[in-house]
Design a protein around this ligand. Structure first.
Ligand code: XMP
Length: 534
């Protein structure tokens, strides 16, 4: 395994993610662990190398140092940004406070023939120097190499942008190999963990399951757990994992607000009750939601009503389980499918001054209100790892690879007032669109258009237009199709779906869904449009 000592950088978890992507198990621990702890940690011989992360602070503002044992165990060490600076300082080099901050894209010249950077280049200068495109974020810099170190990389602004002592296998990078803007960053981290450290690439989700299961059992003991199941990927994977760990001690509460996709509620029940034999309480609250939404057409108000009522219904159901419970003891835990990106978002990384474009459905604060302890077994995982875990737990791949679906569901895809008839029409149109996306392959990649888009759905427009069907006139509703490609959902492009596919979808919707006689395709990008229409 690899140990990452965290000095508090916002991107430390990305280092862990890259290491795990190389299938090497790693753990992140705070930088202030003691040398004794570290020696103990390394005693069984499984530790193959150490990475020192960056920090948001300057070596002059904080006196965080790596425990001395880091440099005494004979293991390879990679210092990144602050990690390199503290390495330099602790081993006898010099660090100076920078007057200016270097932030963002930079071009770094690789020097020498280090095992870390040898022959890596994104381009060459006319003089034939290999250059790397990297991402920098630092104020201080190393100004004198520690004894035994050689120069490994430099930029104009930062003459010592990389250093190494190959005899001791100590490496330092001033830039950040863990972010994707550093083009060869993945290669560098792979070289470090696989090549230099010689770690075995044997970390797979199957192993992680066993470990996660043990951890849940140790945490929960014989107490009971409640989980809010939505049918989305995160809560489903969390449910499957916890069920694997504690079986009958888990009760899932599935609030069906009636604004789900076609047959979705039944599919959730079939998967969890039929296949996994988990305990699921399905609360059919469709009528209640429709009642409260009657006459409301303002999007934010709709979102608030749906979010609030969701919590209300869930709490009522949870309260029953807490007071009496399936057992006499009553539930003590609330499980949530929080994943690592949620942790970052709520950790204040997101700007506080951001205006609310859309108020998101969120159930923060529930555990305290209910007096329950919080169980979050996916907290350290990234979305792609959660998906992999889901498949390893036996969830159907097509479920696990599903496009995201907003908490308020069809409530924000029916423009204006939500009515049951509208939802029924929309569900059928949407199902046809998704079915065709799944079954139409793009010939070059061999992938389906469902896989090639990040999110796709139909939107119900409560306007009527005139059409003709057979010999008759129709006067029916319109749906808009939306399909986007994005990597982060912050910006998105509308997908250039083939005309033949759009034609087939439109033909089928108009023929098969009586009540809809016109289909349009949304060609707006985000920004300025958002992905959902409300
Ligand atoms: P927008 O429409 O803001 O959507 O471009 C960005 C992504 O967020 C999803 N979304 C939501 N997800 N609760 C959620 O869980 C919500 O209230 C919500 N609103 C939007 C949307 O589907 C897209 O993936």
């Amino acid at each position: 395994k690899i140990l990452i000592l965290d000095f508090g950088s916002q991107v430390t978890q990305l280092i862990a993610r890259r290491v795990r992507e190389a299938h090497v198990y790693c753990e992140v621990h705070p930088c202030d662990v003691s040398s004794d702890w570290l020696r103990q940690y390394a005693a069984d011989g499984t530790l193959k190398g150490i990475i020192l992360s960056g920090s948001h602070a300057s070596v002059y503002e904080v006196d965080d140092k790596a425990p001395d044992a880091v440099f005494e165990l004979g293991l390879p060490v990679l210092g990144i940004c602050y990690g390199m600076q503290t390495m330099a300082q602790q081993l006898g080099g010099k660090v100076e406070a920078g007057r200016t901050r270097e932030f963002g894209y930079a071009e770094v010249r690789a020097r020498g023939h280090s095992a870390l950077l040898r022959d890596l280049a994104d381009f060459h200068t006319p003089e034939g120097h290999g250059m790397l495109k990297v991402w920098m974020s630092h104020g201080d810099k190393v100004t004198a190499l520690p004894p035994g170190f050689a120069l490994m990389a430099s930029t104009e602004a930062c003459p010592i942008a990389g250093m190494c002592d190959e005899a001791r296998r100590f490496y330092g990078l001033q830039f950040h190999p863990e972010v994707t803007h550093t083009v060869q960053g993945r290669a560098m981290l792979e070289r470090f963990v696989l090549g230099i450290c010689g770690a075995r690439p044997d970390w797979v989700m199957r192993d992680h399951i066993e470990e996660a299961v043990q951890k849940i059992r140790a945490q929960v003991g014989d107490e009971e757990v409640i989980l809010g199941l939505s049918g989305g990927v995160d809560s489903s994977v969390a449910a499957a994992l916890i069920h694997r760990a504690i079986g009958e001690q888990l009760t899932c509460v599935f609030v069906d607000h009636g604004l789900l996709r076609l047959h979705e509620g039944d599919a959730v029940m079939e998967m969890f009750v039929g296949q996994l034999h988990a305990k699921v309480i399905r609360v059919d609250a469709a009528d209640l939601f429709l009642e409260r939404l009657a006459g409301v057409s303002e999007p934010e108000q709709k979102r608030k009503i749906i979010g609030g009522l969701f919590v209300e219904v869930f709490k009522a159901e949870a309260a029953k389980l807490i007071s009496s419970g399936a057992s006499t003891k009553g539930a003590k835990w609330l499980a949530q499918g929080t994943i690592y990106p949620d942790v970052i978002e709520s950790g204040g990384a997101k700007s506080k001054k951001a205006v609310t474009i859309k108020s998101h459905h969120n159930v923060g604060g529930l555990p305290e209100q209910l007096g329950l302890k919080l169980l979050e077994p996916l907290r350290d995982l990234f979305k792609d790892e959660v998906r992999e875990l889901g498949v390893a737990l036996g969830l159907p791949p097509e479920m696990v690879q599903r496009h995201p679906f907003p908490g308020p569901g069809l409530g924000v895809r029916i423009l204006g007032e939500v009515k049951k008839d509208y939802a029924d029409l929309l569900r059928r149109a949407d199902a046809i669109f998704i079915e065709e996306l799944r079954s139409t392959l793009e010939p070059h990649s061999g992938k389906s258009w469902y896989e090639l888009t990040s999110q796709a759905f139909a939107v119900f427009l409560p306007v009527k237009s005139v059409g003709v069907m057979g010999d008759g006139r129709t006067y029916d509703y319109v749906v808009a199709l939306r399909a986007v490609q994005t990597s982060d959902f912050m910006t998105a492009d509308w997908a250039e779906l083939p005309y033949s596919l759009l034609k087939r979808v439109s033909g089928r919707i108009i023929n098969e869904v009586r009540g809809i006689n016109r289909v349009t395709y949304d060609i707006s990008s985000k920004p300025p449009a958002t992905i959902e229409w409300e």
